[in-house]
Design a protein around this ligand. Structure first.
Ligand SMILES: [Zn+2]
Length: 246
C-alpha cells in the first residue's frame, strides 16, 4: 500500500513539533438533526481519542431528542447549519439554501429563528457560527449576519476576506461525485499535510465529515488519523470555540 501521504503528514508534524509550533486541527461534522446509529458510531470514535467536534445542526426539524443525547458529553459544540437545508437554486445551478434566490430579509429571518432555537437548546455549547448548507452563501448576506448574532462563517476551502471572520474546513473525507464513499486515506493524509504546510500563523486545519454517510473507509481513516495525530506533539486538536477567540 502506498503511504507517501501519511509519510508527508508525519514529516509536517515532526517539523511543527521541532519548531515548538503545533499545528492546530479542528473537526466539523455536518447535517445532525437527531440521534442515529451513525452519530453514535461517529461520537464513539471522537470520544475514544478525546477529539473535540463541532456539529453543524439543521435547526428546522431538530429538537430535544438530539439535545438530550448530547447533554453531558465532553467536547461537543454546535454550529448553525442553515435553517431547513432545502435547495432553492434551479437545477442549472449548484444547490443553495442561502443563495440570492429569495429576499435577503426572508433568509435572514429564517437564520435568526434557527439560531434562537439552537441557542435555547444548547446554551453555552452554541457557537455564533454559520455553516451554510453546501458551503455556499450569497455574498450580500454576509454583512447582515452580525445583526442576528452570527459572527463567524465556516465554509470549505482556504479562508478569504469576505467581510466576516472565517474558520473553514479544508479536507473533506467524502467522495461526493465518485463512489459517494470515503476517499482514499493516503490522499487525505497528503491533503492534510499540504494544508499544514501552507497555512499561516493563527490558522487551523479543518477536517469536514458527514456522519450520516460514513462507510468503513471513513471510519478506518478517522481511526488512523486520530491515532497518529492525537499522540503527536506537532498536532493539537482544538474546539472551534478556542480557535474563534484565538
Ligand atoms: Zn449540510
Amino acid at each position: 500500500m502506498n503511504d507517501w501521504g501519511r509519510q508527508r503528514l508525519v514529516e509536517a508534524l515532526d517539523r511543527r513539533a521541532a519548531a515548538g509550533r503545533p499545528a492546530r486541527f479542528w473537526l466539523r461534522d455536518d447535517d445532525a438533526v437527531e440521534p442515529t446509529d451513525a452519530l453514535a458510531r461517529f461520537l464513539t470514535l471522537t470520544e475514544a481519542f478525546s477529539v473535540p467536534v463541532t456539529l453543524a445542526v439543521i435547526p428546522e426539524e431538530t429538537g430535544i431528542a438530539l439535545e438530550a443525547y448530547l447533554a453531558g458529553r465532553e467536547g461537543v459544540s454546535i454550529a448553525l447549519h442553515g435553517w431547513s437545508h432545502r435547495n432553492y437554486a434551479p437545477p442549472s445551478e449548484k444547490k443553495q439554501e442561502l443563495g440570492s434566490h429569495r429576499p435577503a430579509a426572508l433568509v435572514l429571518a429564517e437564520l435568526a429563528t434557527g439560531f434562537g432555537k439552537l441557542s435555547a437548546l444548547y446554551g453555552e455549547a452554541m457557537l455564533p457560527m454559520l455553516v451554510p448548507p453546501w458551503n455556499r452563501i450569497a455574498p450580500d448576506l454576509l454583512s447582515l449576519l452580525p445583526r442576528i448574532g452570527l459572527r463567524t462563517l465556516s465554509v470549505f476551502g482556504a479562508e478569504k476576506d469576505r467581510g466576516l471572520p472565517e474558520l473553514n474546513t479544508h479536507v473533506d473525507v467524502m467522495d461526493w461525485h465518485g463512489t459517494r464513499g470515503g476517499r482514499p486515506a493516503d490522499i487525505l493524509f497528503g491533503e492534510i499535510a499540504a494544508r499544514i504546510e501552507s497555512m499561516g500563523d493563527g490558522q487551523a486545519m479543518g477536517l469536514l465529515t458527514h456522519h450520516l454517510v460514513h462507510d468503513g473507509a471513513v471510519d478506518g481513516f478517522l481511526g488512523s488519523l486520530f491515532e497518529l495525530t492525537t499522540a503527536h506533539p506537532g498536532c493539537r486538536w482544538q474546539p472551534a470555540g478556542a480557535l474563534l477567540t484565538a
